[in-house]
Design a protein around this ligand. Structure first.
Ligand code: 2NL
Length: 357
């Protein structure tokens, strides 16, 4: 009769060596060392033995048990390290691959120009304000010395809105002046504000959009003169266009809300398109000394306080600075146009102090 211990030992070691993965190895452990395993069965036979035979058989089975447990542990460690090796190989990351490109958005040129206006005028002590697009007729016209049947109302192609329970119509603001009116009514001078924002006129062709942007500015204090207006606006134009010796001229004009009124032209060369010098002129700003009636309408005594005001088209100054040829492209949301003319969000607006004369 063969030795049962030697037989089990041989078969167990063969099974352990043949186990290809941790699950198979566990099945081998159960078959030999489990509750109804073959080694456990041998131990159960001890009860019916006695004396020396029991002692030596018991020692031999225990030695078998310890030997198999060690072999199982060793095999398990080997299988686990092989599995880990395979996983590391399969999940390897090539850190030398170039990163996938990320799509970065860009700042719309209108937004960027408004940021620039806010920074440039901010450095001159102006606060930027914004307010409602839908305005009371009086803030848009009446307060600005534009009476009910004044031709300027027809000129501005106003969008009128029906407002239930009101006797005055509401309008989509035709300029940003209403907010300056609100500022004068709510604040005592000195006042220095700019109001960039959306404005509306019922006018639509290649060079007019029913919604466009304006930036107006207002300064009110004691002793404000045309000299302040000229100095402030020439400084602004030179800083905005980054041309320290930009040539500008002041041309008499008319607005109902300023007296005197003047338009400001900058020099350019029609043939080369160069801005700042040349024998042609581009209209760029409307301006004037605030009309005494407008001050009085806002509760400011025109004998004590004077001021100047100005207004410009944001699209227009943006087109001139960046060479954008078509007004309509601003509102088309063409991603290629935005990628080309948009500004980097990572390059914030800076003041070009060095370009001041
Ligand atoms: C233009 C002309 C201008 C003003 C706007 C203004 C505002 C108040 C009082 C007086 Cl509250 N004036 N604004 C003055 C002169 C010209 O804009 O051509 N804009 C594009």
């Amino acid at each position: 009769m063969s030795d049962p211990i030697a037989t089990i030992e041989t078969e167990a070691h063969a099974a352990i060596a043949a186990a290809a993965d941790p699950a198979a190895l566990d099945a081998v452990r159960v078959a030999f060392l489990g509750k109804s395993g073959r080694v456990t069965a041998l131990l159960k036979t001890l009860g019916s033995m006695d004396g020396e035979a029991r002692k030596s058989f018991g020692a031999a089975v225990n030695a078998l048990k310890t030997g198999l447990a060690a072999a199982l542990d060793q095999r398990r460690a080997l299988l686990e390290s092989v599995a880990m090796e395979a996983q590391l190989k399969a999940e390897r990351i090539d850190i030398t691959l170039p990163a996938r490109p990320t799509r970065t958005g860009s700042i719309h040129p209108i937004s960027r120009t408004i940021e620039e206006l806010t920074a440039l005028f901010g450095a001159m002590g102006f606060t930027a304000k914004d307010g409602p697009d839908i305005e009371d007729d009086w803030y848009n016209f009446g307060a600005l010395n534009i009476p009910a049947h004044h031709p300027a109302r027809a000129m501005m192609d106003t969008f009128y809105l029906k407002a239930a329970g009101r006797n005055r119509p509401m309008v989509l603001r035709t300029h940003t002046s209403p907010l300056q009116i609100r500022t004068m009514l709510g604040q005592t001078p000195p006042i220095r504000v700019i109001v960039p924002g959306r404005t509306y006129r019922s006018d639509h062709d290649a060079t007019h959009s029913p919604m466009f942007h304006q930036c107006e500015g207002l300064v009110i204090d004691r002793g404000i003169t045309l000299a302040h207006l000229k100095g402030c606006l020439v400084d602004f134009l030179r800083a905005y266009f980054e041309i320290p010796d930009l040539k500008a001229r002041f041309r008499a004009s008319y607005f109902p809300f300023t007296e005197p009124s003047m338009e400001i032209d900058i020099a350019w060369d029609r043939k080369t398109g160069t801005i700042g010098a040349g024998s042609d002129w581009l209209e760029i700003l409307g301006s004037g000394m605030v009309h005494p009636n407008v001050l009085a309408n806002c509760g400011i005594d025109p004998r004590e306080y004077q001021g100047f005001a100005f207004g410009m088209g944001v699209e227009r100054i943006t087109m001139l600075k960046h060479g954008i040829p078509d007004l309509r492209s601003f509102y088309e949301s063409d991603v290629r146009w935005l990628a080309h003319y948009g500004a980097s969000p990572l390059a914030p607006v800076t003041l070009h102090e060095g370009s001041a004369p």
